[in-house]
Design a protein around this ligand. Sequence first.
Ligand code: ADP
Ligand code: MG
Length: 395
Amino acid sequence: MLRSISDLDDIQYYGKKVLVRVDFNITINNGAVTEDYRIRSAIPTIEYLVKRGAKVILASHLGRPKFRDHNNTLAPVAIRLKEILNRNVDFIDDCIGPEVQAKIDKLNYGSILLLENLRYYPEEQNNDPEFSKSISSLADVYVNDAFSTSHRKHASTYGAVKNFEIRLSGFSLKKEIEYISMIRYNPKKPFTLVIGGSKIKDKIGALENLLPKADKLLIGGAVAYTFLKAKGFKIGNSLFDEEHYEWVKKALSLYGEKILLPVDHIVSSEENSFSTITGDIPDGMSGFDIGNETSMMFSSEIGGNGFGTIFWNGPMGMFEVSQFSAGTISVAKSMALAFWRGATTLVGGGDSIAALKKSGVSENEVTHLSTGGGATLRFLAGDKMPGIDALERAN
Ligand code: ADP
Ligand code: MG
């Protein structure tokens, strides 16, 4: 068990500088925040610390800046956080150094400061020891509330953490671990897996751990075509993953009877036209979504799960394009139906969360919406999570 912020006596927060690693890596369009689920996920931790009189210092990365470019400033996030909390949030345009130190020293007890993008320094991703020291010199207590970056060995998630005597988990991180551990070790049966998206490689580790426990695995998205080819279907010009073809064949031979593949497809050739095809996909055509019959089959599997567990990662098609979004929308809606009927449902992955939104499914119609994509899959694969390993354990 991790030691969490509620395991420390309240008095220990009063007037203390608490650095909270959050994941505010969200989409910003023309300087405005579009989707703020990750910001809202951090509210319980932020407010817990504010109420106890801590100086709350928030640190995050945003995007993949090569240098200090204004497209990757966290300034709009400070504005959004201010709106959400209805209280003042300070922002400073750097994340280390004497000016940041001075600003923190002047903060009132119970106030909030958001630091500028950690990745403005390449040292962050290189886990540089000096940079780590500069981060850890900012505060007395470290809190990790960013599950979605905990698979990374970066300065703010790993290098700096070991310099703190007190290293706690925030509420969001704790909740993520609870739900994802449940999926990994103890899913309530029947256990249905729904996997889509584009890269088989990202999903292999998780599938190897989960397939033995799963009752059904529904596969859509681009990953489905490699499975279909292995079963002898023609897949035309659809995405095919040569590198993991052998793994796919092995998975089919071991778990074939649990695996449900698409029976029809929305296909397109070069000329922007699209149509439905059942069975083999001819040369010159590529599959971009599951077809209607497959949607109905997947929906009845998901909606018919009963009181078990469903984990969904990866859209069923190229849902960003409206002609290829129907399959994903139908899966999202049946996830909501399964939830209302009593199943425990988990959705992970940035694109999958965007797909839920697009489908009009509310966050309250899912048992747990994981902020992590990569991190969730790594955790399910049993990989090391440096950001979690660096935290204190409670006895
Ligand atoms: P998540 O972010 O939820 O983990 P992934 O990143 O694994 O999901 O996959 C999402 C991407 O997969 C989307 O950009 C989507 O367009 C793409 N995709 C899904 N199906 C297909 C397909 N049939 N052909 C091409 N791209 C696809
Ligand atoms: Mg993605």
